[in-house]
Design a protein around this ligand. Structure first.
Ligand code: SF4
Length: 123
């Protein structure tokens, strides 16, 4: 692990963690979003998974919602490690496929980095 106390943008394996306090085994993520989304929790659970695989057990994540001045604590529950490994397997399958998965046509698409890629008609 290369993270140091209070270091920003720490890389742990394949994960780029915005802010981490190693002594507290706590990683932090700040969101400007108006609401808590499952994707936010999935992001920090992936970080916790990477930390676990790096030998750091029982770490926690704090997601801070700056607009609402609220914070959510996230921990990996028993068995979630297996679920995350399933996510990674699905991601590998998509990466190895010659076809993009179908668009999901959800409101979240308008905030997604891939919006133009998914919804711009090919000429
Ligand atoms: S815009 Fe983003 S969320 Fe929507 S289908 Fe494309 S990749 Fe998925």
């Amino acid at each position: 692990m290369t993270a140091h106390e209070g270091e920003e943008d720490a890389w742990v394996g394949a994960a780029k963690i915005d802010f981490m306090m190693p002594r507290l085994k706590t990683v932090y993520e700040t969101k400007k979003s108006d609401k808590m989304e499952q994707a936010h929790i999935a992001q920090v659970k992936f970080w916790l998974y990477v930390l676990l695989k790096s030998g750091i057990e029982e770490a926690q994540a704090i997601i801070e919602y700056s607009k609402q001045r609220e914070r959510t604590q996230v921990r990996l529950a028993a068995g979630e490690e297996i679920e995350i490994e399933h996510w990674l397997k699905e991601i590998r399958t998509i990466l190895e496929s010659n076809k993009c998965p179908p668009t999901i046509n959800k409101p979240v698409c308008k905030q997604c980095s891939y919006y133009e890629f998914c919804y711009t008609d090919e000429v």
